[in-house]
Design a protein around this ligand. Structure first.
Ligand SMILES: Cc1ncc(COP(=O)(O)O)c(C=O)c1O
Length: 483
């Protein structure tokens, strides 16, 4: 195989097995030329050969593929004519820029930095607080003692030591009923939703209730499993019961500890009513405890699952406490669903990576997780206070709610700062990225006041003050608004 090219600009030619990428040599002699052209075209279209990749010379590629040089020359000429390649006589042949359009669809899936001066959109913790040193120490100690067999295919439920560590953590911190034998380690709340979605679909469910306003994550994840979503309104206590009873759904996704995005905690009475409903329809409440670890000035709100583990499927993850990129979470389901969920997990990916699981178990057992939560809690409380203070200074009269817990707050600005579309346009001009509450569901509000879901955990207090200050300047054309 060709090993030409030494600089990254030359693209993957020095590592690409051309005979794998372009399996033309295997085609019958008569169709070989066409097979080569279509394989090359497909490689460019799919982005496997990125724009700017330098192709081997026709002589080299012909030798690699075991075809005649004429066939390669013809393929290069044809694809150049079609715009997939560009060639510079004597200098070489490259994948053309036109290929970018096709390749973009795949690449755009990666979240990108917003480019905003200050980005208040919710959902991310402060990634700079990731405990790198402690994590590295766990890594070292785990690798030193992990037996070889632990690197084989894991139990699809997760490593026993992580299930044990998580079960005791969740019992202690969240009031969950957690048997390590029943706990499943999965790739975040996202995978928990998908797994449950498939299992519920297998139980003939075709639609599932979701909170409105609610998380933009739930709907698409459940849809991937074939479930439609039925938006259900909230009141001050949580999911409103009357519309739930009328809806006919038998399963509902909720965020009772800190409703996303409104920030309310479900009242004790509503929790009881919700569980009564689940029993009455032989149904299931799915509890997404996405940020239940963070509370500032209210008593801990235990997980709903603790009240009736046979009616609640409970899920959480380290995405807010450590980093979403770890893709590590957990799912506890009622006994009647447990085997099916594990079987789904097994057929989906054979289980989460063992080393990452062993690391998290070590980190929890060594007290690192609790320390991390205390550290983040302190930082986030300070940032929340900075946000409330800045809003008070620059947008007096703003009602801020949902601030007793979590990583974001809801701000309802006084009517004089509206209407919302104009406010959002000004924010964009100022380079401030914002998320309007209206983006989180179908609920429409009686007035045109600006309602924002403001993420603060990922911003330093000075970024928060600067962001709100810039917002005030652009939206009010000057300093703080008069009362
Ligand atoms: C309410 C809510 N649930 C679930 C998720 C997904 O979490 P995970 O990273 O655990 O899959 C998010 C992500 O931001 C979220 O905001």
């Amino acid at each position: 195989m060709t090993t030409s090219g030494t600089s990254p600009q030359d693209g993957p030619s020095w590592t690409t097995a051309w005979e794998l990428l372009l399996p033309a040599a295997g085609a019958p002699a008569r169709g070989r030329g066409r097979a080569l052209q279509s394989a090359l075209r497909e490689s460019v279209r799919s982005g496997r050969l990125a724009a700017g990749t330098r192709l081997p010379s026709s002589r080299e590629l012909a030798a690699d593929l075991g075809v005649s040089r004429g066939l390669v020359t013809e393929a290069y000429e044809q694809l150049t004519a079609e715009g997939y390649l560009r060639s510079d006589r004597g200098a070489g042949t490259w994948v053309g820029d036109a290929a970018r359009a096709g390749a973009r669809a795949a690449r755009d899936l990666a979240p990108r930095a917003s480019g905003a001066r200050v980005d208040f959109r919710p959902g991310t913790p402060d990634l700079s607080l990731f405990p790198r040193a402690a994590w590295a120490a766990s890594h070292k100690s785990v690798l030193a003692r992990l037996p070889h067999r632990a690197l084989g295919y894991p139990d699809p439920r997760g490593l026993p030591e992580l299930r044990t560590a998580l079960a005791s953590l969740l019992v202690r911190r969240r009031g969950v009923v957690a048997d390590p034998e029943r706990l499943l380690v999965c790739s975040g709340v996202a995978q928990a939703m998908t797994l449950l979605g498939f299992v519920l679909h297998g139980h003939r469910l075709r639609t599932i209730g979701v909170e409105d306003p609610g998380s933009p994550q739930h709907g698409p994840l459940l849809a991937a499993a074939g479930l439609g979503e039925t938006p259900l309104p909230l009141d001050d206590d949580g999911l409103a019961m009357e519309p739930l009873h009328r809806s006919g759904v038998r399963a509902v996704v909720t965020t009772p500890a800190h409703q996303f995005p409104s920030g309310i905690a479900y009242s004790a009475q509503r929790r009881t009513e919700l569980l009564d409903w689940a029993r009455s329809v032989d149904g299931l409440v799915v509890e997404d405890d996405y940020d239940g670890d963070f509370r500032y000035d209210r008593a801990p709100v235990g997980a709903l699952q603790g009240l009736d583990p046979e009616r609640v499927a409970y899920s959480g993850s380290v995405s807010k406490s450590l980093a979403p990129g770890l893709r590590l979470g957990w799912l506890l389901v009622p006994e009647r669903l447990a085997d099916e969920v594990v079987e789904r997990k097994r057929t989906m990916d054979l289980g989460n990576p063992s080393l990452d699981q062993a690391l998290l178990a070590d980190f929890i057992d060594g007290g690192g997780y609790d320390r991390q939560l205390r550290r983040c809690q302190r930082a986030y409380r300070e940032r929340r206070d900075a946000l409330v203070g800045a809003l008070d200074e620059h947008f007096p009269g703003t009602e801020v709610s949902g601030i007793a817990a979590g990583l974001h707050a809801i701000a309802r600005l006084p009517g004089r700062f509206g209407p919302e579309p104009r406010f959002l346009e000004s924010a964009q001009r100022a380079g401030i990225a914002l998320r309007a509450l209206a983006e989180h569901g179908t609920a429409r509000y009686a007035d045109s006041a600006v309602r924002l879901v403001l993420g603060y955990a990922h911003l330093t207090p000075s970024d928060i003050a600067r962001g709100i200050g810039l917002l005030a300047r652009e939206t009010q054309g000057g300093g703080p608004a008069a009362h």
